[in-house]
Design a protein around this ligand. Sequence first.
Ligand code: CP3
Length: 348
Amino acid sequence: MTQATATKPFVDVLAGHRQTTPPLWMMRQAGRYLPEYREIRAKAGGFLDLCFNPDFAAEVTLQPIRRFNFDAAIIFSDILVIPFALGRSVRFEVGEGPRLDPLDTPDKVATLSPEADMAKLEPVFETLRRVRAQLDPRIALIGFCGAPWTVATYMVAGQGTPDQGPARMLAYRHPEAFQKIIDTVVENSIQYLLRQLKAGADVLQIFDTWAGILPPREFQRWSVEPTKRIVEGVRAQVPDARIIGFPRGAGAQLPHYVEATGVNGVSIDWGAEPAFIRDNVQSKVVVQGNLDPLALIAGGAALDRAVDDVLENYAGGRLIFNLGHGIQPETPVAHVEQMVKRVRAFRG
Ligand code: CP3
């Protein structure tokens, strides 16, 4: 078997084959809970300088793989590189999160450029090529983008907010202006994901962190429809592209999301109801999740029990073991080791 065709458990499960031991990775696995990440982060300067420096970005992408031998590496970048490539101002203030120039009126939306400058994202593609070259052939490489709704919430408000009120209000008051933002992010995300595949990504994930804050009609229009267009746009060029969606908080709407968008897998949060998910979601696609990140901070017997719950609930079907959302900075590395050991010892 050549290196390029070595089997990857992570890709195999997405291709339809349940694994006896579920493949494993963690959302936000490269990050502040790792001392070696904090060291590179301090050297890099700003957060975007880290994302756009292929030496540093490749290094932090590989750090969690070296430590934990996960089944997938996720390229180190951020969902807000798309607004950046669209010419918007994007900054990350230490301890405060992202800051953008708000696009909160139709007049401001009219100034939005339709086309991203893909040259600005070239360092991301270079990072993918470098990571793929260094990565064990059995480990998958994940490329990603934000879903248009979640990216738009930051573009409209100019920052994170507790309830994404500014984007929801713009969508109610000026749906045409909001649709223009969504369409722009859809078209450019398709191009961005296609280039990530070309640079070596094996699988793509679309992060819709704020999907669950929308009522059903708005969820359909701003989360499901745009995600479906991205999936179709990517598959028009790469018909077998494997794509995982993460409509956080979608709850009872998950079966519809899965059917309508055509994703191969769906990341679920820890609020999911196991029997409902098994019968209506895992029967159709791979389920990825869904350990509570706070159980990982807690450690001990509570962590063991939470890991066993995920395995008991979902390992009878196609499962990628993961957290229900990103790992938090205060998580002890020893607790990640404890989780990895327990999942790796499982045979289902
Ligand atoms: O998973 C990985 O390890 C890959 C890297 C990755 C980052 N962001 C790095 C990052 C991924 C996949 C993301 C996705 C992302 N970015 C999402 C969707 C997924 C999710 O977690 O909900 C969202 C909503 C963003 C936007 C974003 N980026 C916010 C709101 C923040 C600030 C909050 C925070 O955690 O600080 C970021 C910054 C960010 N992106 C950090 C990292 C490691 C922390 C910044 C730092 O190290 O200085």
